[in-house]
Design a protein around this ligand. Structure first.
Ligand code: PLP
Length: 361
């Protein structure tokens, strides 16, 4: 059977080259007579794998010695509590821009921890169909936290927020991590679950400025403490060894492709096919969000009725395209077009949208 065009929101499509390389390595990794899954994480061979993955993150984002890279577990969801536990202390207040389901969860964790919270801006008034253009900080902010791409509603920050000097900016980049070049220097911390753009589920990549890391609360439980992770090279406990290896393969693929400039061009081209199909449909397909804030990673749209949406999704499946059902909270349809989605898949979807409209319009 051929592979499907996979528009899943996460876990999501991986590059074919990466799957084939992993397959070739699976039974007998580089003549060692075992797979990566069966290796000790303390072996020099595994150390080389995690070191190379670490170095690739730094190369791709052009990071200097002022940043560290961590590989943690518990997904981006664990970051929702680790961030405030580590940084909202000494009376400092967590500031959040609320743009959808994920920031709501981040807010929920801060409340459960009983830590001080300030809503710096919110798009809730219009069902998260836009990115707020301004924000107001609290007194004594610990940091400002944003979600750079809203996986469920389909909005994306196309410009970094302008933050008052000295206020650390923290970003949940789970669903647009390494999808385009960014000015990392603006961020004190970036985190991303791997399973959208850079690998299978099981690891979250954290990029953190060392001088910000030095301000973290001390004496936290070990697994919650960024400094414990950093001082142990992300191996305080057994890391998700195979997932980190897979992330390493995806990063090698990104570099072979020509880095983030190339990745971004490819992502723009894919999104354009699909947004053009929406915009040229005379309202048969309706985009859910403000055009200027449209995500290049998660394209959300609706058809006239839920029945028509169900038909669209089932016909698309027959045509070899899966994962197009929107999240239950926003409804409708969603095409996720992460880095690894091949350009022909986006083209095929745009063509299918045109044909479906002709038949049912
Ligand atoms: C998927 C996602 C999460 C949750 O990630 P988990 O790894 O499941 O915890 C958080 N934030 C964003 C933006 C996401 O897309």
């Amino acid at each position: 059977m051929e592979r499907v065009h996979n528009f899943n929101a996460g876990p999501a499509v991986l590059p074919e080259e990466v799957l084939r390389e992993a397959q070739a390595d699976l039974f007998n990794y580089k003549g060692m007579g075992l797979s990566v899954m069966e290796m000790s994480h303390r072996s020099k061979e595994y150390q080389a794998i995690i070191d190379e993955t670490h170095a690739a993150v730094k190369r791709i984002y052009n990071l200097g010695d002022d940043y560290d890279v961590l590989f943690l577990q518990g997904g981006a969801s664990m970051q929702f509590l680790m961030v405030p536990m580590n940084f909202a202390h000494e009376g400092k207040i967590a500031n959040i821009i609320h743009t959808g389901v994920w920031s709501k969860k981040a807010i929920g964790e801060i409340k459960k921890l009983g830590l001080p919270l300030h809503l710096a801006a919110s798009s809730e008034d219009k069902n998260h169909s836009y990115i707020p253009k301004t924000h107001t900080l609290s007194e004594n902010p610990a940091y400002l936290h944003i979600t750079t791409n809203n996986t469920i509603y389909g909005t994306e920050w196309h410009h970094d927020p302008i933050v008052k000097a000295g206020v650390p900016l923290i970003a949940d980049m789970s669903s647009n991590f390494m999808s385009k070049p960014i000015d990392v220097q603006k961020y004190s911390m970036i985190y991303a679950g791997a399973q959208k753009n850079v690998g299978p589920a099981g690891v979250v990549v954290v990029i953190i400025k060392k001088d910000f890391l030095a301000t973290a609360k001390q004496g936290l439980p070990s697994m919650m403490d960024y400094n414990v992770a950093a001082s142990n090279g992300s191996m305080f406990n057994t890391p998700p060894t195979f997932t980190i290896y897979m992330v390493g393969l995806v990063l090698k693929w990104i570099e072979a492709m020509g880095g983030l400039d190339k990745v971004a061009l490819n992502n723009q081209a894919k999104a354009k096919y699909i947004y053009d199909a929406i915009d040229s449909s005379n309202g048969f397909y309706k985009g859910n969000v403000e055009k200027e804030d449209r995500s290049l990673m998660n394209i959300t749209f609706r058809l006239a009725t839920e029945d028509m949406e169900a038909l669209f999704i089932s016909e698309a499946k027959k045509a070899g395209m899966i994962g197009l059902k929107g999240h239950r909270l926003s409804g409708g349809c969603r095409a996720s077009t992460y880095n690894s989605l091949p350009l022909p898949a986006a083209h095929a979807l745009a063509q299918f949208m045109g044909e479906f409209m002709k038949k049912n319009g």
